[in-house]
Ligand binder design. Structure first.
Ligand code: AVJ
Length: 322
């Protein structure tokens, strides 16, 4: 077995600087907001894994089933030698794909990228143990940074699964997809997993589960600000809100102040006022229509796509050729 390796492209300092900049921007804006990437400290990554096992959270198990059903077709449709996975997290679902690609395909290397070093370190160990013929090399970074330092030395497929594209608003998606298209060479591919627009009676509970795990995940971003910026958010005085925006066709998560308060954020030299009932946006999770996402891919510079959807049309896997 090749020893798996992990490379940190993000100096801890840099991560901290990015958090400071994002927190300053979001906490002083009207309305307040925070980018979702700050959910994922060790605790947040753990809570997300717990979410993926909840009965209400259909995306992960739907995508896993879809990967199982389509992996051999994907393996036939690709001659990728290197699989780069952006936002790989635990790489749990990816193993289905790795199985098919190593069996029928040309795959030699797996390069998972994630912002959470803890999640990545355990993922590379497990994948390397399960697929001894693969070279496994993890990268701790922001995806934009990985795109500019993409591994070379073979035909590549970039996988971006889990519906994470939905965390970006349309302009951010356009920019992101265009830079993916730009770094790929002709004949290389993007494998995208996105949630589809479904009944709000199904989507909303997935983001507001009965056991309250998503609530803890959402409020955890305030703990991240407490730990990293010395803030004094009292998590008991905020509540979790998840709502379906039917115009934008996205789920929006917010934290709501249950009473007026002033929060100190010493690392920013800020005092942040919250009115009773004030809501701060912490995530959008956009759902797509197949036609719409294919248009976005074409506009970004991708050629033909192959699309697989689950029997209930809740999730799509799209293999887009560069
Ligand atoms: C991992 C970003 C795709 O948006 O569904 C889960 C994160 N947020 N529950 C999603 C999440 C609330 C998840 N992504």
């Amino acid at each position: 077995m090749n020893e798996p390796t992990v490379e940190v492209h993000l100096a801890p300092r840099q991560l901290h600087e990015n958090l400071r900049a994002d927190a300053r921007l979001g906490l002083t804006a009207t309305p307040k907001w925070l980018p979702p990437k700050w959910f994922y400290d060790a605790k947040g990554s753990e809570l997300f894994e717990e979410i993926t096992r909840l009965p209400e959270y259909y995306p992960t198990r739907t995508e896993r089933e879809l990967l199982r059903a389509s992996a051999s077709h994907i393996a036939e449709a690709t001659s990728a030698q290197i699989l780069v996975e952006l936002g790989s997290g635990s790489s749990e679902k990816t193993r289905v794909l790795l199985g098919a690609l190593t069996e029928h395909g040309t795959l030699e290397r797996y390069v998972p990228q994630d912002v959470s070093e803890a999640a990545l370190a355990s993922a590379v160990r497990q994948v390397a143990a399960e697929f001894p013929a693969l070279t496994v090399h993890g990268i701790v970074s922001d995806f934009t940074d990985t795109l500019h330092n993409l591994p070379r030395g073979g035909r590549r497929m970039i996988a971006f699964l889990g519906g994470t594209l939905g965390n970006l608003v349309q302009e951010e998606r356009a920019e992101f997809l265009a830079s993916v298209a730009e770094v790929l060479e002709e004949g290389e591919q993007l494998l995208l997993g996105v949630g589809l627009v479904t009944d709000p009676a199904v989507v909303v509970p997935a983001y507001d589960d009965a056991a309250g795990v998503t609530a803890r995940f959402n409020l955890n971003v305030l703990s991240v600000l407490n730990d990293q910026l010395g803030a004094n958010f009292d998590l008991d005085r905020f509540r979790h809100v998840a709502l379906w925006d039917e115009v934008s066709e996205w789920i929006e998560m917010r934290v709501e102040a249950v009473e007026p308060m002033t929060v100190q954020v010493p690392a920013l030299g800020l005092e942040v006022e919250f009115a009773a009932g004030e809501q701060m946006r912490t995530e959008i999770s956009a759902k797509f229509r197949v036609e719409g996402i294919c248009k976005e891919l074409a506009a970004a510079g991708f050629g033909s796509d192959r699309v697989w959807t689950d029997p209930l049309d809740r999730f799509a896997l799209i293999l887009a050729d560069r």
